[in-house]
Write a protein that binds this ligand. Structure first.
Ligand SMILES: [Zn+2]
Length: 345
């Protein structure tokens, strides 16, 4: 484990693990706050260190500009998390990586997910300016800020996301989640692992929301659903009503609670249908019925546990866990258990 304070690598890619957890937590606080931009046609990220996230209003403005020019845009920088900015600030303080100026976390519009640095800035300037982007001048020629009125200040949410994450992992050293980047928060950030906090689920919960969720994780989900034999006409990386229905169909076919919410358990089972390196092409959707018919067991573990839950402490998540557990036990074993349970032989 490398603590953020000990990272000497110049690229912010070295804090990607922590970044992903921070972004997931921000989207938990404010669902849909940050959306992926790498699913826009003709948007190319310069390298893997570029974070493909922006505020939704900025994404729409970017998409409009790219469509208007009909050319590929290469993005060198978009969103920078609290952790990424802290790393740059550390490099600056330690005179590393040729960084001559860096603000403390929360001061740049890159931290607000509303700015981009691009290649061919001069070529893009007229169309970007006509589509709600402001060029800030020749002292930072690659940089554009989105001026859409839908852009909000997300600094306090990004600070709050870190404070909450820290407190979940360090219950004996809780930070107040006041969204203020003070000395206590800054020192905890420096002592956070660059790879992300161990044992945390970095993936966001996927479900039908308003506005809808979009991104590569939704696309992966859609491809895996098809692979599992669920009918889904469009694999467009957008979690709309048809994906919601497909998830519910999958859950019903796998003895899960059919609530359309892709949490850790549903995700694990669905994604088991996508072996590494194997991708189902989005054309020619399969129309065959679900390959896993519902398990029609003679005993229902969840129901048994309900009879002991006199205080109503049993959550729907635990119910889902038990249904999953039940789906893993061979039918013959369940039948034998059911006989013993009911006093048969
Ligand atoms: Zn910039």
């Amino acid at each position: 484990m490398t603590l953020l304070k000990d990272v000497t690598d110049c690229s912010t890619y070295s804090v990607r693990g922590l970044d992903d957890q921070l972004i997931a937590q921000m989207n938990r606080i404010s669902p849909g706050l940050l959306v992926r931009i790498d699913d826009i046609n003709n948007v190319k990220l310069a390298d893997a260190a570029v974070h493909p996230w922006m505020q939704r209003a900025a994404k729409v403005r970017l998409q409009n500009a790219v469509v208007a020019r009909g050319k590929q845009i290469i993005i060198n920088s978009a969103y920078r998390t609290l952790a990424g900015q802290m790393l740059l600030y550390q490099h600056y303080q330690n005179r590393r990586c040729g960084i001559t100026a860096a603000s403390t976390p929360g001061k740049s519009n890159h931290n607000n997910a509303s700015a981009i640095d691009i290649e061919d800035s001069q070529g893009w300037r007229p169309v970007l300016q006509a589509n709600g982007w402001r060029w800030i001048g020749s002292f930072d020629p690659m940089h554009y800020d989105c001026t859409d009125p839908g852009i909000t200040s997300i600094n306090s949410i990004s600070v709050k996301a870190f404070q909450q994450l820290w407190s979940i992992v360090n219950p004996a050293d809780k930070l107040a989640d006041d969204g203020i980047f003070g000395p206590a928060t800054a020192s905890r950030l420096r002592f956070s692992p660059a790879e992300g906090f161990p044992g945390m689920e970095p993936a966001r919960i996927l479900r039908l929301t308003q506005p809808v969720q979009a991104g590569r994780d939704v696309g992966d989900l859609q491809l895996a659903l098809r692979k599992a034999g669920i009918k889904l006409d469009k694999a467009d990386s957008i979690f709309g009503p048809s994906t919601d229905k497909a998830v519910k169909d999958f859950q019903a076919a796998n003895s899960l609670v059919a609530d359309g919410i892709v949490g850790p358990i549903t995700r694990k089972i669905i994604l088991s249908y996508t072996p590494k390196g194997e991708v189902t092409p989005p054309s020619n959707p399969p129309i065959n019925p679900p390959s896993n018919p519902p398990i029609n067991s003679s005993i229902n573990l969840a129901e048994i546990f309900y009879t002991y839950d006199t205080q109503g402490l049993f959550t729907s998540q635990q119910q889902a866990d038990l249904k999953w557990l039940q789906s893993q036990i061979p039918q013959a074993t369940l039948e034998q258990f059911s006989k013993l349970w009911r006093g048969g032989s």
